[in-house]
Design a protein around this ligand. Structure first.
Ligand code: ZN
Length: 244
């Protein structure tokens, strides 16, 4: 079976639909595993929740998802994020609010734990170094853990000699899953931050025990125009074309 792994859609409808089209073209996907932050920053929170709900999927809560429904305070956010959250809250329908309210912090799917930030701090911690990854391995009861939050594709593997090693996760190079614990981030769909503005997502193939990363170009111009038109911070538009 094959599963699509998506993180940080961030209300970017153009990026999200481009990824869904790519998933459709590749075909044969059993379920979408969504790692949270469906909303926040971007101009289409309602549509993104609506479209996600039309697909067979599971989803964990992200910090922006919880802030948009008042479950965490925006004082923890920088001004750009807080500004967008305030706007996002006003765009949500009662059904959207109910959907976000019901998102769990973690989900287990077979050998995988799904969480937005980290197993230690599901909403807030960025797993962006071997030091942070190694502290989190003890909190993972499954073999593999899928995380989002940093918007950058990366992977870490538990290692008996040095504690933890980074593992390459790039388009065209499959990541082979073995017996060692791993923490894997598929990058961000709606606001990539690794310098590549293309939407990022991954597919897990359970028969081959492989994860493949994909980068998908999308209509950034349209998303930027909506951000400007709706009065969201200009920086949220400009960062989409640099992927930073
Ligand atoms: Zn995010």
């Amino acid at each position: 079976m094959r599963y699509a792994i998506l993180a940080d859609i961030h209300a970017n409808l153009e990026a999200f639909t481009a990824v869904l089209d790519d998933i459709g073209e590749k075909g044969d996907i059993e379920e979408i595993w969504c790692l949270g932050d469906v909303v926040g920053y971007g101009p289409d929170p309602h549509r993104c929740i609506e479209i996600l709900n039309q697909s067979r999927h599971v989803c964990v809560a992200g910090n922006h998802d919880m802030a948009a429904i008042g479950k965490v305070e925006t004082t923890y956010f920088n001004s750009l994020a807080a500004n967008a959250i305030q706007w996002t809250t006003g765009q949500l329908t009662p059904d959207d609010v109910q959907y976000l309210e019901n998102l769990p912090l973690t989900i287990q799917k077979g050998d995988f734990m799904l969480v937005h930030g980290s197993p230690m701090e599901p909403l807030w911690e960025y797993v962006i170094s071997t030091g942070i990854a190694v502290r989190n391995f003890t909190y993972i009861e499954t073999t593999y853990c899928l995380v989002g939050h940093s918007h950058a594709p990366m992977a870490f593997m538990k290692d008996k000699d040095v504690g933890c090693k980074p593992v390459q996760l790039s388009p065209g190079i499959g990541l082979a899953l073995g017996d060692n614990k791993m923490i894997i981030n598929p990058g961000g769909v709606g606001q990539p931050r690794d310098g590549d503005p293309r939407a990022s997502y991954a597919i897990y193939d359970s028969e081959r025990q492989m994860i493949h990363l994909y980068r998908i170009p999308y209509d950034i111009d349209t998303t930027q125009k909506k951000i400007m038109e709706y009065g969201l911070p200009v920086a949220l538009a400009s960062r989409l074309e640099t992927g930073r």
